[in-house]
Design a protein around this ligand. Structure first.
Ligand SMILES: Cc1cc2nc3c(=O)[nH]c(=O)nc-3n(C[C@H](O)[C@H](O)[C@H](O)COP(=O)(O)O)c2cc1C
Length: 407
């Protein structure tokens, strides 16, 4: 197996090919994968990403046979997950003078994960450039692709984009370059996108806007094939696959005593409409049960809200919820919400009813697994009036739900 491969002048692949069936993110990667790291052998030698934590020692031995690691100036970490940053502990013990180049959040996570508090960090912000002596790197922050701290690195002289997880495929390739394989990589490329990137679809659109103005001749990701033929097609494919689905409909059904839950319902509607979701908002206080059921049937997502009065729901929410378990609603998302004063039992009672239906009932666990974001609160519980709490509690969660709906 080759230990390094030249990909451009003074730029080398120095990764590791893992040809096992690799357990990863609750999946088994049947075709294995690669952990692609790159060495830019300039006046200020720079490494871009490392390999999986399991292969850190082999990686460092390989690099040591190529260079004196004390001369390594920078280690760029695009993404902290241990299948890319996992070689850092082994590397940094030998690369005594190297500075770690990453985002502010990336630095915090790396310090805590690998006990690197005493090492020097260069904190990257969007658009920042770094002269590495003969080549210039430019950094673009791409949050949530794959996790929140993520960025990509572009080498201006070589016109190479190093996007870490983005544009990857899980294949244990020895050819390394897509144009050297006889097999089509389309399925592996698309499956990878669907599994890893699509849950963060809106961020893919943001990333594409940011990289569109770069002259990219090669994409050197951190898993699978390096892309240097029709590179624009791969960027267009991400653009196409991440476009929002149109014509989705939501209904917001609620009961209230004094109007606080109405305000929450209106806040939810505003966010949904910003995402071009056709939204119907309905106080079920005086509504006919049949009419409410029709609205539920024609919606793709339904929010059920009530304030709490003596530890229970108010108004006519209960008869509606009782109907749901007799209906086939398996294609629909369901969300509970409500205003409360101190304990907010109504929201939990709604949630109990929803879990007894075949709707996809969203809670915090569902959202963490679907989006990787841990700052969201669903069911949506708001103490008294939502005014002033929208940006912290209400809007981020509703935006994430809307993105699931149009994703
Ligand atoms: C008669 C009454 C009973 C209430 N009981 C509860 C309760 O058991 N638990 C709770 O968390 N809040 C309770 N609250 C507080 C309300 O849920 C809170 O004021 C809420 O913001 C009202 O929302 P709404 O305007 O949408 O009805 C009660 C309020 C009233 C007036």
């Amino acid at each position: 197996m080759k230990k390094h491969v030249e990909i451009a002048e003074k730029a080398y692949w120095v990764g590791y090919v893992d040809n096992r069936k690799v357990p990863f993110h609750r999946l088994v990667l049947e075709k294995g994968t690669t952990y692609n790291a790159y060495l830019l052998d300039t006046e200020k030698p720079t490494l871009i990403d490392t390999v999986d934590i399991e292969f850190g020692k082999t990686f460092v031995e390989n690099l040591s046979s190529m260079m004196d690691l004390e001369k390594l100036e920078y280690v760029v970490i695009n993404h902290v997950e241990p299948d890319h940053a996992g070689g850092l502990p082994a590397l940094m013990s030998k690369a005594k003078n190297a500075k770690i180049v990453t985002t502010a959040l990336g630095a915090e996570e790396l310090k805590n994960m690998f006990r690197l508090h005493n090492r020097e960090f260069v904190i990257v912000h969007d658009g920042m450039k770094l002269d590495i002596g003969g080549k210039t790197l430019q950094f673009v922050e791409t949050p949530f692709l794959h996790t929140e701290e993520t960025m990509v690195t572009y080498c201006i002289e070589d016109k190479i984009l190093y996007p870490c997880d983005q544009f990857s495929s899980h294949v244990a390739t020895y050819e390394l370059f897509e144009d050297l394989t006889t097999e089509s990589i389309t399925e592996d490329f698309n499956v990878y996108y669907q599994l890893i990137m699509h849950p963060h679809r809106p961020y893919v659109q943001d990333m594409i806007k940011k990289i569109r103005n770069l002259d990219i001749q090669m994409i050197a990701p951190s898993h699978g094939y390096i892309l240097r033929r029709n590179v624009g097609n791969y960027i267009n494919a991400y653009d196409e696959m991440s476009r929002p689905k149109e014509n989705k409909k939501a209904a917001i059904l609620f009961s209230t005593m004094t109007g606080n839950t109405t305000k929450i319902a209106k806040g939810i509607a505003a966010v949904m409409e910003q995402k071009s979701i056709k939204t119907r908002i309905m106080n079920v206080g005086n509504a006919d049960l049949g009419a409410v059921i029709d609205v539920i049937k024609e919606s793709d997502a339904v929010f059920f809200g009530s304030s709490t009065r003596y530890a229970d729901m108010v108004g006519k929410m209960e008869p509606i919820l009782k109907e749901l378990k007799h209906m086939d609603l398996s294609s629909k998302l369901a969300v509970a919400f409500g205003s409360y004063g101190w304990s907010g039992e109504a929201v939990e009672v709604i949630q109990d009813y929803l879990k007894d239906t075949n709707m996809k009932t969203i809670d915090r666990s569902y959202l963490i697994k679907a989006t990787g974001m841990d700052n969201l609160q669903v069911p949506i519980r708001i103490k008294f009036s939502p005014e002033g709490q929208e940006e912290q509690v209400l809007y981020p969660s509703v935006r994430a739900i809307a993105d699931l709906l149009i994703g």
